[in-house]
Unconditional design. Structure first.
Length: 114
């Protein structure tokens, strides 16, 4: 059985940078600097082996695992930086409850919102 936070089918085990995360680590939706730090802790290019693979996985918007969600957020941050805008803020607001739910499943917590 696959850990609900990871995805052994296509992405392997949980990346070390995500091990130990909890819902309490999620920044507030208005904390731009916190969101940048949080999104940047996951390295999608390294995880998937290339920009192209990371982009394909992020734009597929599977949202089945924590890896899927973190990669989508990482890629949104990178695209926002490249485009000179803060679109990642809206994406984080949408992804935050999904990330909280995955973290709660993997850590046997309640997906509390701050």
């Amino acid at each position: 059985m696959t850990d609900p936070a990871g995805d052994a089918r296509s992405t392997g085990s949980m990346p070390p940078e995500l091990v130990g995360l909890s819902v309490h680590d999620l920044p507030d939706v208005n904390d731009r600097a916190g969101i940048v730090r949080f999104a940047g802790r996951f390295q999608g290019y390294l995880r998937f082996g290339s920009f192209e693979a990371c982009a394909a996985h992020a734009t597929a918007r599977r949202r089945e695992t924590l890896v899927d969600l973190m990669n989508e957020l990482f890629f949104s941050l990178r695209a926002s930086r490249h485009g000179g805008h803060d679109g990642f803020m809206d994406d984080y607001a949408e992804l935050r409850p999904l990330i909280a739910a995955k973290l709660a499943l993997s850590n046997h917590q309640t997906p509390q919102e701050r």
